[in-house]
Write a protein that binds this ligand. Structure first.
Ligand code: TRP
Length: 323
């Protein structure tokens, strides 16, 4: 008999166009681990509602994200691709989890504390964000959840919740493992952590002109062409590590011994990023023309995810006594 594969699950909020921090930090792993795991990858549109209150914008981001998922190589035959809102059972599960969580526990969440510190308005969606995320993860019995470093606490909370529910009722939830990649601390054009809020991102599907501008604006020191440079301390070189693999040693050599200026280094980087992303761009352009196919992928994903969620909710309802 074939051994059952472990389940990998992750989601991305459709709030912005994806940048290379998102890609190397989490999404590339979704693709690389296809086949090895049973993949469930979704569009976290209910989570996005926290930030986006404009229906056209939400639809637009959702459409872009499914195209991006498919363009980077997620294969619907090996990955269940779905919209979170197409399996709304997670909201039901979230309610049940809410009833297990003391408020002070959620008051320790980084995102909540941060919002309070910045005197932002905190709605219940923000406050309960980690609970909905726990429901996403536990609903589908995820073993492995590849996420960026910033999601670590949310993963811990999901693990806690599985334990709390299992102890209070019956042991039906699996405790998931986080899978945090080293490359998640990808720096932006200013040398700070790449983040939309810092305006230092490089989009994975950036048009060539913008890409060029952004790369040329990467902060460096002021060493001249012949000066010896520390490759490990240079922001441009940090990007080479992601995009310039076959020629990386040669580049490092030219940095360490002198003989390459930052301008040339950036020009090489631009070429390499374009080459690296060319297949993604081509695939995306093709998909843009085939709306029916894309909608079909989401429909199929909704069916599979919905059936799995129904089966899980039956067990949950039995455990808590509402069936
Ligand atoms: N909170 C995640 C983010 O902002 C998105 C997300 C929602 C998610 N639900 C999830 C990630 C479940 C992994 C698993 O990136």
């Amino acid at each position: 008999m074939q051994k059952e594969k472990k389940i990998l699950l992750s989601g991305v909020k459709p709030t912005n166009r994806i940048h290379i921090g998102n890609y190397f930090g989490a999404m590339k792993q979704f693709v690389d681990l296809q086949g090895e795991y049973d993949n469930y990858i979704f569009i976290a549109d209910y989570h996005a509602l926290n930030q986006i209150k404009n229906p056209d914008e939400l639809r637009d981001h959702t459409h872009n994200l499914i195209l991006d998922y498919l363009a980077i190589g997620l294969d619907p035959k090996r990955t269940v691709l779905f919209k979170q809102s197409d399996a709304p059972q997670v909201c039901e599960l979230q309610w049940i989890f809410n009833c297990l969580l003391p408020m002070p526990y959620l008051e320790r969440a980084h995102a909540y504390k941060d919002a309070v510190a910045k005197r932002k308005e905190v709605n219940m969606g923000l406050f309960c964000y980690p609970v909905l995320m726990a429901a996403d993860i536990l609903m589908y019995d995820a073993d492995l959840v590849p996420v960026g470093e910033d999601q670590k606490q949310h993963l811990e909370m999901a693990k806690d919740l599985a334990g709390k529910f299992n102890k209070a009722f019956s042991p039906i939830f699996k405790e998931p493992k986080a899978y945090i990649m080293q490359e998640t601390s990808i720096l932006g054009t200013d040398g700070e952590k790449m983040s939309k809020s810092k305006n230092n991102t490089i989009g994975l599907f950036e048009d060539e002109e913008t890409l060029k501008k952004k790369i040329m604006s990467i902060k460096t020191d002021s060493k001249g062409v012949e000066d010896k440079k520390h490759s490990e301390e240079d922001n441009v070189f940090a990007f080479h590590k992601l995009f310039s693999q076959p020629m990386l040693d040669e580049l490092r050599d030219r940095y360490e011994h002198g003989g390459i200026g930052y301008k040339e280094s950036k020009e090489i980087l631009l070429k390499n990023i374009l080459a690296y992303t060319a297949p993604f761009r081509a695939k995306r352009a093709e998909l843009e023309k085939d709306k029916d196919y894309v909608l079909g992928v989401l429909e199929e994903g909704a069916k599979i995810a919905g059936a799995k969620a129904d089966a899980k909710m039956e067990k949950v309802k039995e455990a808590i006594g509402v069936n």
